[in-house]
Each structure stands twice: as structure tokens, then as C-alpha cells.
Ligand binder design. Structure first.
Ligand code: SF4
Length: 395
């Protein structure tokens, strides 16, 4: 067995195709055996799925299912057995990437991981959700951000394809609540804090805070967090159609105080598709806000939904979206994320699609749409990547 320590995390390699991951506090965060992959989030959701066998390609639309009940008990039991074997392996356990002091740190980590029972994971998840709530999503380049909740939920909350924040009411948090949360998070992550190298201001409408509050929050983050946590900057979503445009000067002030990138749900630039989605984006306002943000030094990431417009509106969606994005003069620091539709259960999407005579596309058709978007955006200036919502876990 090999225990590898890196940035406060430990990776225990049991065999060529079996590994177990612990965070810096000894929390079990994931393990795989063969093609079976189990992952845990800080809000204590467990997912089981598969990873490709050696030499095979990962299928993007593989859905990972919830792991619960007896199945979860069994998985925790197996992981604990492995940890027990590793901690009593003596010289047969090789600790790599470490000096002598870290060797003992590695053993300490294994011992503390052994103490975790199912109830401990549940208690730990509750501490986390009491601090920031359940985290439904993060952009793919921000999975390892420190999530700081400054504005709960989504102010709009009515897009037909989205049910991410339907379980919560919208409200802006007070500065004192945010400060309490930052301190709580420092305690919660403990030695695992080293894995967080940027901050994400959640939930979906972070910029709805007043300028004065936002600047105060950014100041508190700088004062209270180690520079390593702020190394890759501060980020947030922007719901352009709900936010009163900020003057350029205010955007510059946010940038000077650490705001590095804003993430905007474009979804589509085709009016017919946006109307079906019930998303009141205006392309003119969006364009102005993007140009303003970039002038202020803040980079932009735009999310495009793939597969939601059905076959009937698909070419309109692709044409308008590619044309709009290509005219934005995006640069190297900007991003475009292509996100396949995850059919929501509780928004009436299927019934509305039927009413509009739109067929639901299958995963292969959605992949084709993504390929067409990629081709159209090949010289847009920004990096274009995939954004998979369905298997997201905050870990
Ligand atoms: S897509 Fe964005 S704006 Fe629309 S409901 Fe979801 S979070 Fe809110």
C-alpha cells in the first residue's frame, strides 16, 4: 500500500485499480475499486458511479446515483477495513512525497480517518450545511473554491430548465452573518483548508448585494483568509437581467478588491429559445455588461445550455448563440461552458416542451449539438469547455 500526501490531502493506493482519498482532517472523500467510483461531498451526499476501465473513454452522460441505506453502510465498512489494514501495515505501508515529520502526519491522518462512522459523516455534513447550505453547483473551474454564501438562492428562480435553488427563498445575508460563516468555515476545513485556492461567492445572485456590502465582504475575505485561499481570486455568478447595471467605476472597485471573474448564464442567444426557457435575457444588455466587466479587468465566463431547445429550434439556437459569442471579442482569460441539459423533474419542462412541439433530445443528439457549438466557436478567443451539472458534488 502507498500513502501519498499532497497539499494536506492523502491518497491511499491499495492496488493498481483501487484507491481511497482522505482530506486533511481525515474525512473519507472518495474511493474507487475497479470501475466502481464512490464520492462524498462536504454536505454529505454520496454518489456511486463508474469510471472507465483502463484504456476506455469516459462517457460524459454517465449518471452517478445516490448511495444510501445499507449500500452506504457497506461502502463505509469496506473503506474502514482498508484503512485499518493500512494503519497496521507497518513497514509495508510506503508513505511517499514526505519527510519524516510528514510520515507521522500520514499515520495520524489514517488513525483519525478510522474514527469516522456513518453518524460522524452525517454530523459533519450538518455542520457544513448549517454554515453554507447545500451547494447545488459550481462552474467546473471553481470546484475547489471556498464557497462563501453571501446571497441565498436565486432572485428569479423561474427558468424552466433550472431547479437548482427551488428549495430555498432568496435573501441577501448581512455582513455579520458572512463574517461568522467565514470563521466557521475555517474551523470546519481545518487542515483541509490548503486545498481551497480561490473563493466563490454563492448562491446564484451574489452581485445583488449593494456595492457597499460587497466591498465590505471582499475586505473581510482579504483580512480573514490566508493569501493561499485567495491565490486564484474571487468569483461569482451574475444574473444580468435581475441586476441593475453597475457603473464602470463600481465594477473597477470590485476588481480592485479581488473580484476576478463573473459567470453568466447565457443559455442561448436565440429569442425563441429564451422565451421557451422563460429566461428574460436581453442580448443588448448582456453585451454591454460583458464589455463593461472586461474593461474593469474582470473576466467573463458564459454558460450555454445544450439540448434544451429540441430538434425544432436547434439550428436557430446554434446559429444565434455562435454568432453572438463570436462578436464579443472574448479573450484568453474568458471562458465558455457548454452544459448539456439535465431534465428537471419539478418545473414542468416536459409538458411545456410538448406544448411547444419540441422533442427532448437524447444524450447522443445533445453531444452532436455540443460538437456543432464547439466548431462554431473554434476561433471565438475564449477557452471552450464542457460543464456537467449532473454529477456535481462539493468536495
Ligand atoms: S438559470 Fe440562473 S437565473 Fe435561472 S432560475 Fe436557475 S439560477 Fe436562477
Amino acid at each position: 500500500m502507498i500513502l501519498q500526501l499532497k497539499n494536506g490531502e492523502a491518497n491511499l493506493q491499495i492496488s493498481e485499480d483501487s484507491q481511497l482519498l482522505l482530506d486533511g482532517q481525515g474525512r473519507l472523500m472518495g474511493f474507487y475499486e475497479g470501475t466502481k467510483l464512490i464520492r462524498r461531498s462536504y454536505d454529505n451526499r454520496w454518489l456511486i458511479g463508474s469510471r472507465p476501465a483502463r484504456g476506455e473513454r469516459q462517457q460524459r452522460h454517465t449518471t452517478h446515483k445516490k448511495l444510501e441505506g445499507d449500500e452506504l453502510d457497506l461502502a463505509i465498512h469496506r473503506a474502514r477495513e482498508t484503512l485499518r489494514q493500512a494503519s497496521s501495515s507497518g513497514p509495508r505501508l510506503q508513505i511517499v512525497g514526505s519527510d519524516e515529520a510528514q510520515n507521522s502526519q500520514g499515520m495520524d491522518l489514517l488513525r483519525s480517518a478510522l474514527k469516522w462512522q456513518r453518524a460522524d459523516f452525517e454530523g459533519d455534513g450538518k455542520i457544513f450545511t448549517d454554515l453554507v447550505g447545500r451547494i447545488p453547483v459550481l462552474p467546473p473551474d471553481r470546484y475547489r473554491s471556498l464557497y462563501v454564501l453571501i446571497s441565498q438562492g436565486c432572485r428569479y428562480n423561474r427558468c424552466l430548465f433550472c431547479e437548482l435553488y427551488r428549495d430555498r427563498d432568496f435573501r441577501n445575508l448581512d455582513l455579520s452573518e458572512v463574517i461568522q460563516q467565514i470563521e466557521g468555515l475555517r474551523g470546519f476545513f481545518g487542515k483541509a483548508f490548503r486545498t481551497r485556492t480561490s473563493v466563490f461567492l454563492g448562491d446564484a445572485s451574489g452581485l445583488s448585494q449593494s456595492q457597499e456590502n460587497l466591498v465590505a465582504i471582499l475586505n473581510e475575505l482579504r483580512e480573514r483568509l490566508p493569501s493561499s485561499t485567495l491565490r486564484d481570486g474571487i468569483h461569482t455568478f451574475m444574473d444580468v437581467f435581475m441586476t441593475d447595471p453597475r457603473p464602470l467605476q463600481e465594477m473597477k472597485e470590485l476588481h480592485q478588491n479581488g473580484l476576478k471573474r463573473i459567470y453568466i448564464g447565457l443559455e442561448s442567444a436565440a429569442p425563441s429559445v429564451l422565451s421557451f426557457y422563460k429566461k428574460p435575457n436581453s442580448m443588448g444588455v448582456l453585451r454591454d455588461e460583458i464589455f463593461k466587466a472586461r474593461e474593469a479587468g474582470i473576466s467573463c465566463a458564459l454558460m450555454v445550455l445544450a439540448g434544451g431547445s429540441g430538434r425544432r429550434l436547434q439550428s436557430e439556437h446554434i446559429d444565434h448563440t455562435v454568432r453572438f459569442l463570436n462578436r464579443l471579442q472574448l479573450g484568453k482569460s474568458d471562458r465558455i461552458f457548454l452544459s448539456p441539459l439535465v431534465l428537471p423533474e419539478g418545473t414542468g419542462f416536459r409538458a411545456e416542451a410538448k406544448k411547444h412541439n419540441l422533442e427532448i433530445l437524447n444524450p447522443n443528439e445533445i453531444e452532436e449539438e455540443i460538437r456543432a457549438l464547439r466548431t462554431g466557436l473554434s476561433s471565438c478567443g475564449a477557452k471552450v469547455s464542457h460543464y456537467e451539472l449532473r454529477n456535481f458534488l462539493y468536495r
